[in-house]
Design a protein around this ligand. Structure first.
Ligand code: HAM
Length: 430
């Protein structure tokens, strides 16, 4: 401890790329979380909570060893004999839990397991607007159905929730990345196209060419991107079943009146996708314009040691969504009653009254030490209190307190039960 006031105590800041969500911001988070929970319930989704720490190998296998996430962005450390990683995403973890707890026993094609999660993810990326090292996702995973309706219904659920939040200016962009039937031929076609252009491409792309050529589309180098805009696309080479699936998804989306665009060059930064992939973007977000992304991952459950169970899902970045949420959405709920304690008798009685109000289901605050009347009124206004309850010597003697409606300005004496009734809306004041 510092002995004098002049010595400088070391202070600490949040780790780069992480941030505090302060009480004034929390109501917007709560609004997003509460509406999505309620909305997902309508569609039969159930919550799953998996650990933030997983075995490193899970992501290397699940997300893919050649992805940027696994190659450079994971927070990995040794814990005893084990190598563990702070989850960079949650699909691999959910699938791990799905297999570990045999949830596939009850998931069918007709009635798949619909799961959702809300929580922090960690990626060691360069922080910028809309990009943190600890960020939060709301994600859903539908496990068990390969039907195009699983894709379309999940997207419809998503779109209607974004509509409820009044988020405007969003674009849904869709593509198909094929499956293990059509992708090998595409990989070779892409390699053949890339081979003569390798000297023009960056070192990373040269590595990708050898390891997994589809990953060249992750390249951030401007000159490479311009060149790659001319590369062949998988959409032209889709096999029959993948083509039919993609067509069916689009038809269903049109049936749901859901606007979308197809971008034949969209790939996603994770290896597990098959067939449908999509992103929802907003031009209001700047460089990090994807609010969410997802797709179908029919081989992942098997890849992680489970049976052949198809999957479809997406994850949304809460921080990015909040940048788009209209001002005024998600205001803090107002305080019901500011208890104004007057004099020592009033203060003593106010303690018990405040407790009884809270037990009656009402939010109530009083100062923890006696304060002048003016200071208490100011505080009540700052807290946006709906009512003030004046408790002084006379009120205590009468058993009736001064209940003031701070919206209308009306005030009247009221016994405790009347106060409770008025505040909870059962009785009107005045
Ligand atoms: P993802 O595209 O890597 O997909 O991430 C989904 C969303 O998380 C992004 O669209 C973005 O909003 C947000 N996000 C990602 N990285 C950051 C970051 N560094 N800072 C802020 N927000 C970020 C997945 O994670 C897949 N697991 C989605 C999925 C679920 N696919 C199937 N099921």
């Amino acid at each position: 401890m510092c002995a004098t006031t002049s010595c400088s105590m070391k202070t600490y800041r949040a780790v780069r790329g992480t941030r505090d969500i302060l009480p004034d911001e929390a109501p917007r988070w709560q609004l997003v979380e509460a509406t999505v929970r309620e909305h997902l319930h309508r569609y039969g989704f159930r919550e799953i909570r998996t650990p933030v720490l997983e075995a490193t190998e899970l992501f290397a296998r699940g997300v893919g060893g050649s992805t940027d996430i696994v190659r450079k962005e994971m927070y990995t450390f040794a814990a005893g004999e084990e190598s563990v990683t702070l989850r960079p995403e949650n699909t691999a973890s959910v699938v791990r839990a799905f297999v570990e707890h045999s949830l596939h026993r009850t998931a069918t094609q007709e009635y798949p397991e619909r799961l959702y999660y809300i929580g922090p993810m960690f990626r060691h990326e360069r922080p910028q607007k809309g990009r943190q090292r600890q960020f939060h996702q709301i994600g859903v995973e539908v496990l068990g159905s390969a039907a195009p309706l699983a894709d379309a219904e999940t997207l419809q659920m998503l779109w209607s929730w974004l509509g409820r939040l009044q988020i405007a200016g969003l674009q849904l962009v869709l593509n198909s990345v094929g499956d293990e039937t059509c992708r090998p031929a595409f990989r070779e076609a892409l390699r053949a196209w890339l081979a003569p252009r390798l000297p023009q491409l960056c070192a990373d792309c040269n590595r990708r060419y050898a390891e997994n050529p589809l990953r060249v589309f992750d390249c951030k180098v401007e000159a490479d991107r311009a060149l790659l805009a001319e590369a062949p696309t998988l959409l032209d080479l889709l096999c029959g079943p993948c083509r039919a699936h993609f067509q069916a998804v689009q038809d269903l989306l049109r049936g749901f009146d859901l606007p979308f665009a197809v971008d034949a060059r969209m790939v996603r930064g994770l290896d597990y996708y098959q067939r449908t992939v999509f992103e929802v973007t907003s031009s209001a977000l700047g460089a990090q314009n994807a609010v969410l992304g997802g797709g179908r991952y029919d081989g992942l459950v098997e890849e992680l040691g489970g049976p052949a169970v198809p999957g479809f899902g997406f994850a949304l970045g809460i921080e990015r969504l909040l940048l788009l949420l209209p001002e005024g959405q998600g205001a803090a709920p107002p305080l019901d009653v500011a208890v104004i304690a007057l004099g020592p008798e009033g203060f003593a009685a106010a303690i018990g009254l405040t407790r009884r109000l809270r037990e009656g289901g009402v939010s109530a605050l009083m100062p923890l030490a006696e304060r002048p009347l003016g200071a208490q009124i100011k505080r009540a206004e700052r807290q946006g209190a709906r009512f003030a309850l004046f408790v002084g010597k006379d009120e205590v003697a009468e058993g009736r307190y001064g209940l003031k409606d701070l919206q209308t300005g009306e005030q009247r004496p009221a016994a405790f039960e009347e106060v409770l009734g008025a505040v909870t809306g059962r009785i009107h004041v005045g």
